[in-house]
Design a protein around this ligand. Structure first.
Ligand code: PLP
Length: 380
């Protein structure tokens, strides 16, 4: 296995035409089928650029095979709908991206799929398993509170009960953690975030540790759709070349920003798994090689103050999404968790004063200065 920095830059052997050092783009959607074993068609996820991007992400995640979708939600919904049918049951973490939570609370029950929600620890997952349970679904670090659950404990429980495990690995990226090496079956990504990394490309990815999953997931995905175009596959492939470099810088910047926030008297709480004060720091240290670029914090103010603070930022953009080179900030109340009622948000610990910061690759000092001046303007 090559090191990540090398694997990102030189991802595939023998793929290049005519000596080009980068991949080719094959825009065709129609292919001669007479001599071919597999039918090539974008909706079958089988064209050159789709397959090569899937292979690169599979190598980064150290899986058996990978496939690409047009969004993170397409990867998530296809993974779940492949394995769970009417009358069966899933245990999800309570702490999830708002869209996944809505899918579990509203869409899956419409299809007769029962969903339960566990706290971020393995005992809670174990206690929710029933005779009809089919799948355990985790997100670690979670959106937006950066809670951590032990991947190897979840994998062990699943093996003991013959269940499939799915992780949303968006926040960590394969550079910071390798779920399949910890026994998780399937890792999904919103590639829109760190894998794409430039706030300009929506896509999704799925990597499995089991080659037998390939055909059944493809068969589901062909029916539900959500395939990515060759052009976007190419941009995604190019973006991956700097993934290791970007993540390293984002890990370092986030640690500096989190330390600054922890020592500021106007910040009530900082959530960053790299801080010794984080409730799950010990587990994070065991299973992550870097703590990621996401930092959440509570500013000592109300919702109006939170809005004013975001207006007062000059460098960091208040915008939905995360994981890109530009630092972005958002209030989960207005963005990722707006679907939930205030009570539902409070149950999972999301207060009105919470802000979620996606730390980019800018100079850390410049980011800290921006936050400091916005605090001074907001809470003078
Ligand atoms: N998973 C996580 C952790 C996310 O943050 C998001 C989007 O914010 C998604 C999944 C959904 O991804 P997409 O917007 O690419 O469908």
């Amino acid at each position: 296995m090559k090191n990540f920095e090398t694997l990102c830059v030189h991802p595939l052997k023998d793929k290049n035409d005519k000596g080009a050092v980068t991949s080719a783009i094959y825009p065709a959607i129609a292919y001669d089928y007479l001599e071919e074993k597999t039918l090539q068609y974008p909706g079958f996820y089988s064209t050159y650029n789709q397959e090569s991007l899937g292979e690169i992400i599979c190598n980064l995640e150290q899986g058996k095979w990978g496939m690409i979708f047009s969004s993170g939600m397409a990867a998530i919904s296809n993974a779940i709908l492949t394995f769970v049918k009417h009358g069966e049951h899933i245990v999800f973490s309570k702490d999830l991206y708002g869209g996944t939570l809505k899918f579990a609370k509203e869409e899956l029950p419409k299809r007769g799929i029962e969903c339960s929600f566990a706290n971020n620890n393995s005992d809670s997952f174990k206690s929710q398993i029933k005779d009809n349970t089919k799948l355990l679904y985790i997100e670690t670090p979670s959106n937006p509170l950066l809670k951590i659950v032990s991947m190897s404990e979840i994998a062990a429980i699943a093996k003991a009960h013959n269940l499939i495990t799915v992780i949303d690995n968006t926040f960590a990226s394969p550079i910071n953690q390798l779920p399949l090496a910890k026994g998780i079956d399937i890792s999904v990504h919103s590639g829109t975030k760190y894998l794409g990394g430039h706030n300009d490309l929506p896509y999704g990815a799925l990597v499995s540790n089991n080659i037998d999953h390939k055909e059944i997931i493809f068969n589901t995905a062909k029916m539900y759709g959500g395939s990515l175009s060759p052009y976007e596959c190419y941009i995604a492939e190019r973006s991956l070349k700097t993934l290791a470099l970007r993540i390293k810088k984002q890990n370092e910047n986030a640690m500096e920003v989190a330390s600054f926030l922890s020592n500021n008297k106007h910040i009530n709480k900082v959530y960053y798994p790299g801080l010794a004060s984080h409730a799950d720091h010990k587990v994070a240290k065991e299973q992550m090689t870097g703590f990621g670029g996401m930092v959440s914090f509570e500013l000592d103010t109300d919702l109006d103050g939170i809005n004013l603070f975001q207006h007062n930022l000059k460098l960091i953009s208040p915008a939905l999404s995360l994981g890109g080179v530009e630092s972005l900030i958002c209030s989960p109340v207005y963005t990722s968790h707006r679907y939930l009622t205030k009570e539902e948000r409070l149950q999972i610990g999301i207060r009105d004063s919470l802000l979620r910061l996606s730390v980019g690759i800018e100079n850390a000092g410049d980011l800290i200065n921006d936050i400091e001046q916005a605090i001074a303007l907001t809470l003078h």
